[in-house]
Write a protein that binds this ligand. Structure first.
Ligand code: PRP
Ligand code: MN
Ligand code: MG
Length: 200
């Protein structure tokens, strides 16, 4: 555990190296499915920014040595619904991407985690209504939770139990995104960085 966060973290849940290894294999799977075509990779900010960057780097490395390389375009959309460690249930899309440019394109939505599935449930119809040629979703993590709506992404890195995780761009009220490993929080940190739950 990095010294600067030693007081706040319980344990390292997925070390950075393991994440990177998994991403390399995910990149292969994605290209096998979508390769040879133009891909628009859509990053779901803020949580997906590290995964997005590392996944696209891995895809670029594979494309570099390929005869059937896939041109990759990028776009960014900001979607937010959590306060503390709870889904507020109201998924706000705060803009970013020009979704009309997705018409006719092969869209790869890149998300960090599918927890309840509400974010994907809100975002997928928005994307689909602009007439993409195909839509795939890659999520680094999928949580096994009784609160799940049952949505499963096309590509997923790891299945995790029902624990709240931070690091590798996963946040608790915007803290801990800079941490490189995926970690679990101590109870004391939950209180220390807590916000009053907003009534939305
Ligand atoms: C988190 C996470 C996913 C979503 C998953 O985003 O990054 O986008 O929640 O949860 P769900 O499946 O229950 O919808 P958050 O709202 O915390 O915004 P952030 O990405 O800016 O941290
Ligand atoms: Mn998010
Ligand atoms: Mg968050």
């Amino acid at each position: 555990i990095p010294k600067n966060y030693a007081q706040d973290l319980e344990k390292v849940f997925i070390p950075h190296g393991l994440i990177m290894d998994r991403i390399e294999r995910l990149a292969r799977d994605v290209l096998q499915d979508m390769g040879g075509q133009h891909i628009v990779a859509l990053c779901v900010l803020k949580g997906a920014y590290k995964f997005f960057s590392d996944l696209l780097n891995a895809m670029e490395t594979l494309n570099r040595n390929s005869d059937q390389a896939s041109p990759i375009m990028v776009d960014f959309i900001r979607v937010s619904s959590y306060c503390n460690d709870q889904s507020t249930g109201s998924v706000r899309v705060l803009g970013g991407a020009d979704l009309s440019s997705l018409a006719g394109k092969n869209v790869l939505i890149v998300e960090d985690i599918v927890d309840t599935g509400r974010t994907m449930q809100a975002l997928l119809p928005l994307v689909e209504q602009h007439g993409p040629r195909m839509v795939r979703v890659a999520s680094l993590l999928v949580k096994r939770t009784p609160r799940s709506l049952g949505y499963t992404p096309d590509f997923s890195g790891f299945e995790i139990p029902d624990r709240y995780v931070v690091g590798y761009a996963f946040d608790y009220n915007d803290y801990f995104r800079d941490l490189s490993h995926v970690c679990t929080l101590r109870e004391t940190a939950r209180d220390k960085y807590a916000l009053a739950v907003q009534k939305l």
